[in-house]
Design a protein around this ligand. Structure first.
Ligand code: SF4
Ligand code: SF4
Ligand code: FES
Length: 292
């Protein structure tokens, strides 16, 4: 049986250092097993948070060989054993002790999001395609690995202005619910800072539940914010055609194009509001692509 050397962070909010431990590797072993071996045989005061050891509670998040992972889903035989395996706490959150971080900021963000609120007179009927669209978002185990890896939080430390990918996932699940009647677009724009996200997809890459965070949650939410706050054609419709009237005569062809787009947009809004199947007031295009 081979031995592995684990280089584990030991310390607290005042700082710390790494310490090396030699751990015998057995078949099927995961990094969390190795940490438990250290606790059981070498250093009983090593702090680690875990619950299920099955990739479902989201507690054992850490940075293994520099990559954010669940320790209980990271097999030792998938890691090179010819050099020490580094295990650090998540960098984005303050260390409490050793591998345990304080993730309570996430729960404060969560409290800002209005919960599911059914529309007045909602008919409680859902179609499978509506279920399929939001099902993916319900898989989140709140491991906060996506929050940890997102550069807006990790490098730029914008915890006051940015909600982070986990909470875009939650908001998307609510916003795309066909029976929900609350718009969270202003919250996304003003308090959750969705504009800071530049779609790098790092969050998607580390998600252990393989949620397509960027494609299926963030990008549609960005589109909704743009539609509600920055779409010049919607402003035109709302403003009684002021922009259209200001187009010079020489641009008659452009004016016609603009009219066609306005008509198409008006008809799309009207249809999405009266769409007989979804009974939804929200203009999610029925054809929106779900990445699988
Ligand atoms: S896609 Fe957006 S939310 Fe995800 S890691 Fe990149 S900047 Fe952060
Ligand atoms: S979206 Fe994925 S990475 Fe982010 S908290 Fe949920 S399960 Fe973890
Ligand atoms: S211990 Fe529950 S996800 Fe790892």
């Amino acid at each position: 049986m081979a031995d592995a050397i684990l280089e584990v962070f030991r310390g607290d909010q005042d700082g710390g250092n790494t310490k090396q431990y030699t751990v015998p590797v057995s078949p099927g072993m995961v990094v969390l097993d190795a940490i438990h071996y250290i606790q059981g045989h070498l250093e009983p005061d090593l702090a680690v948070r875990w619950n299920c050891k099955a990739g479902k509670c989201g507690s054992c998040s850490a940075e293994v060989n520099g990559r954010p992972r669940l320790m209980c889903k990271t097999r030792m035989d998938a890691l090179p054993l010819d050099k020490p395996i580094t295990v650090f706490p998540m960098k984005t959150f303050p260390v409490i002790k050793d591998l345990v971080t304080d993730v309570s900021w996430n729960y404060m963000v969560n409290r800002k999001i209005p919960p599911f609120t059914p529309r007045a007179n909602a008919k409680w009927k859902m179609y499978q395609e509506d279920v399929d669209r939001v099902q993916e978002f319900r898989k989140c185990i709140e491991c906060f690995l996506c929050q940890n890896v997102c550069h807006v939080l990790r490098e730029h430390k914008k915890k006051a202005e940015f909600g982070g990918p986990r909470f875009f996932v939650r908001t998307a699940g609510l916003e795309m619910h066909p029976l929900d009647g609350v718009s969270r677009a202003k919250l996304l724009k003003d308090q959750m800072g969705i504009g800071f996200c530049n779609i790098t997809k790092c969050c998607t890459e580390v998600c252990p539940e393989e949620i397509h965070i960027t494609d299926n949650a963030i990008i549609p939410l960005k589109e909704r914010v743009v539609d509600e706050f920055y779409d010049p054609f919607l402003r035109l419709v709302a403003g009684g055609g002021r922009i259209l009237r200001s187009v010079p005569a020489a641009g008659a062809q452009n004016t016609r194009r603009a009219q066609v787009r306005i008509e198409a947009r008006q008809s799309w809004i009207a249809n999405s509001r009266a769409f007989p199947q979804a009974e939804s007031l929200k203009p999610w295009p029925r054809s929106s692509i779900i990445v699988t």
